[in-house]
Design a protein around this ligand. Structure first.
Ligand code: 3HC
Ligand code: NAI
Length: 686
């Protein structure tokens, strides 16, 4: 970390260099306080420019320090010292001014930014609130309504928007350092505006805070930070600066040590680590400048949209002209949806469509870098596709399958240059879901695997490497979760009580509602295949529902009944009767929400531990990312593995043993017992 002070006549330039993102480590905080003192004492200096080296302005507090006791100088004091400096400081912003970085900028007398900069207070996304005056200075500068939006959402704004809000004083084209120095020369001649802490918060209309509270609570669900941030903003508008600072700091320190913040920090670091798996360090991925998708159904169309969103030209291959047209209609519908939601404009949608060539002629793929197959889940159909691809594509083109359950090894038999083949398992809807399971086959080359990770980065997705097994990581855990949920039905729970308990835990939907939405037929198909392999999947009730074609919402009934045009699930007498028949003779018990959540989640953890032991997943955090980004597991719980570790693996083992003794769950696996002895999953890899 270095902070250097340069001079341009009467302007001092303080340059922060603390790679990779200029986070406010203790050393940097100290250096900033020292810089204020040094420049205050220098009579030749009329104004100060604060600028950063590297890719960004200060991106915030150093998140890796959050697990440790805070060390002085504390950030609020650093901001206060800049604010009370004798010379006006000008924050010159490029990249991101986030969290503590923006708070430092709010201590400056002026803020200027390049057009590509973004500014925000993302603390709530880490389970905390701003801790250095952000909730107090921001409403004084831009008014309470805009401050509520920024702080409770945690989403950054562009430089242009920041200018409109009054958050920055100028947007500078051209070289930032030169522009900021010119700006500083100009303002050095003027009197500085009063420090933000001396200003008052503009008044709000009656009922403003109450309605903000309702809106924030509805969005945050069980995440605590957004409402606590709102409380701090309200305090800032209702008391003096010093009392508000005290309130904000207390809340910040309390939340910093909370379970939700620990979980969100875990996910923050896991997401970043996922993009750079150590086992692929130093391996250069292949260049991907063009792509093709085979099959324009549900998944194919979504994958085409995702590739186009990332700027790649795409060829879409279907079986015949009619199917090509249908595939293009599917993709167009996705972009039309984005236009409707205001995510893109019509002209952007048109441009995205213009970058797609649809056809039934594989000759279009002669120079394509990456081909993703998303045809029917049928081994013979997929093999035929890859045989054709083998003969038409360049020898170095990467060939990928999006299969959910088939063995990629079997699909790739007969592929020429098999080292270029891998599984890329997208999740539905593929243009939205962030998870990408990357599945190497036996002969996949390291640079092809690395290409999968590079593609994920390009598409803005979270890549997780998964080994070959039935369902890879995510769907294998899902299978066990469903079986466990059925076990509960046979011992006294109902679909509604199980679903409600899982929603209370924080999942967007319970296991039975989710099956009704996606359709019970896909899992039934998997069970049929498993039975043909000699396995004995447990789904006594689901099997009977499928036998009477209760496949879910699409057939008007599944685990629940549905009235036409209404997606609200209604308890079904037919289902209750089947459950009662299947449960006959089994011991019954009373299930509360916590016991249901334990039985479902800890069984999930048990299977996930086997997955880890088998090295189908390489890291527990990868499993957390799979559940969060593929299945809606609440981020603030940190994923099932973080949840289990935070709760204590010994307790997880004990609960599972208790359930297993009554025949209500599988017993804890050997690997889980071993991990419990060490208290952490990472012990399994040692
Ligand atoms: N603290 C510590 N490390 C951080 C960090 C932070 N605030 N922000 C990023 N990093 C690390 C990442 O872990 C990553 O490390 P790695 O190379 O070892 O994996 C490295 O910096 C680069 O990060 P990205 O890969 O995310 O880089 P990008 O260029 O894609 O994105 C960014 C840059 C937009 C700044 C992004 O990193 C980001 O959003 N960072 C988080 C910003 C944030 O949340 N700040 C608020 C912190 S809380 C706070 O300030 C409290 C205050 O109010 C008191
Ligand atoms: P789908 O039935 O909606 O689409 C398949 C498409 O492939 C159809 O449009 C069909 O015309 C086309 N097709 C079939 N044979 C073809 C051939 N020989 N050449 C060119 N096109 C051909 O199926 P869906 O749901 O899109 O699934 C596709 C694949 O993605 C399957 O392997 C599935 O297991 C997998 N998958 C599905 C997910 C889902 O939620 N639907 C999630 C993740 C993976």
């Amino acid at each position: 970390m270095t902070v250097t002070i340069g001079r341009e006549n009467a302007i001092a330039v303080v340059t922060v260099e603390n790679p990779p993102v200029n986070a406010l480590s203790q050393a940097l905080r100290q250096a900033l306080v020292n810089a204020v003192a040094e420049l205050d004492a220098d009579a030749a200096v009329k104004a100060v420019v604060l600028i950063c080296a590297g890719r960004t302005f200060i991106a915030g507090a150093d998140v890796s320090e959050f697990g440790k006791p805070p060390q002085p100088p504390h950030l609020p004091d650093v901001v206060a010292s800049i604010e009370s400096a004798k010379k006006p400081w000008v924050a010159a912003i490029h990249g991101s001014a986030l969290g503590g970085g923006l708070e430092v900028a709010l201590g400056c007398a002026w803020r200027v930014a390049v057009p590509s900069a973004s500014l925000g207070l993302p603390e709530v996304k880490l389970g905390i609130i701003p801790g250095a005056g952000g909730t107090i200075r921001l409403p004084r500068l831009i008014g309470p309504a805009a401050a509520v939006d920024l702080v409770t959402s945690g989403s950054p704004v562009s430089a242009k928007k920041a200018r409109e809000l009054g958050l920055v004083d100028a947007v500078l084209e051209g070289d930032l350092r030169t522009g900021a120095i010119a700006f500083a020369i100009d303002v050095a001649e003027k009197s500085s505006p009063p420090p933000i802490s001396d200003r008052v918060v503009p008044a709000v209309e009656a009922g403003f805070w109450e309605s903000a509270e309702k809106a924030v609570a509805a969005k945050a669900k069980r995440e605590v930070a957004p409402l606590r941030a709102l409380a701090a903003l309200r305090k800032a508008s209702e008391t003096d600066f010093a009392s508000a600072m005290e309130f904000e700091r207390e809340t910040f320190l309390e939340l910093r040590g909370s379970a939700q913040a620990a979980a969100l920090r875990h996910v923050f670091f896991a997401e970043r680590a996922a993009l750079r798996p150590p086992e692929l360090a130093g391996i250069t991925p292949r260049d991907i400048r063009s792509a093709a998708v085979i099959g324009g159904g549900t998944m194919g169309a979504g994958i085409v949209a995702a590739l186009r969103d990332a700027g790649l030209p795409v060829v879409l291959i279907e079986r015949d002209e009619v199917a090509v047209e249908r595939g293009l209609v599917n993709v167009r519908a996705i972009f039309a949806g984005s236009v409707k939601r205001g995510r893109i404009t019509q002209s952007v949608a048109d441009e995205r469509m213009a970058g797609i060539i649809g056809g039934d002629d594989y000759g279009l793929l002669g120079d394509t870098d990456l081909v993703i197959e998303a045809v029917f889940e049928d081994l013979a159909v997929k093999r035929a596709v890859f045989e054709t691809l083998s003969s038409v594509c360049r020898a170095d083109a990467v060939l990928a399958t999006n299969t959910s359950y088939l063995d990629p090894g079997a699909i790739s038999e007969g592929v020429s240059y098999p080292e270029r083949f891998l599984g890329l398992h997208f999740f539905s809807p593929a243009q939205i879901m962030k998870l990408l399971e990357i599945v190497p086959a036996e002969r996949t080359a390291p640079d092809v695997l690395a290409t999968g990770f590079a593609l994920a980065r390009l598409l803005g997705k979270i890549p997780v490497r998964a080994g070959i097994c039935d369902g890879f990581i995510g769907n294998r855990i899902l299978k066990v979760t469903r079986a466990q949920a059925e076990r509960l039905l046979l011992s006294g729970a109902t679909p509604s009580t199980v679903d409600a308990a899982m929603r209370v835990f924080g999942l967007p939907m319970g296991p039975f509602e989710a099956q009704d939405l996606g359709g019970l037929d896909i899992a039934a198909f998997q069970r049929k295949a498993a039975r043909e392999r000699g396995e004995t999947p447990f789904a006594p009730v689901a099997d009977r529902l499928c036998a009477i074609e209760r496949f879910g919402q699409k057939t008007g009934g599944g685990w629940y009944d549905y009235q036409s045009g209404d997606r609200a699930p209604k308890p079904s007498e037919t289902v209750a009767k089947i459950i009662a028949e299947e449960a006959a003779g089994r011991p019954q018990r009373v299930w509360d929400d916590a016991a249901i959540a334990d039985a479902v989640l800890l069984s999930m953890v048990n299977e996930a531990t086997r997955i880890l032991e088998e090295r189908v997943a390489l890291r527990a955090a990868d499993i957390d990312l799979v559940k969060i980004h593929g299945y809606g597991f609440p981020r603030w719980r940190g994923g099932p593995m973080h949840y289990a570790e935070a709760r204590s693996l010994a307790e997880v083992v004990a609960v599972l043993e208790g359930l297993a003794a009554d025949g209500l769950a599988e017993p804890p696996c050997e690997a889980l017992r071993r991990a419990a002895q060490a208290g952490r999953f990472s012990a399994l890899a040692e």
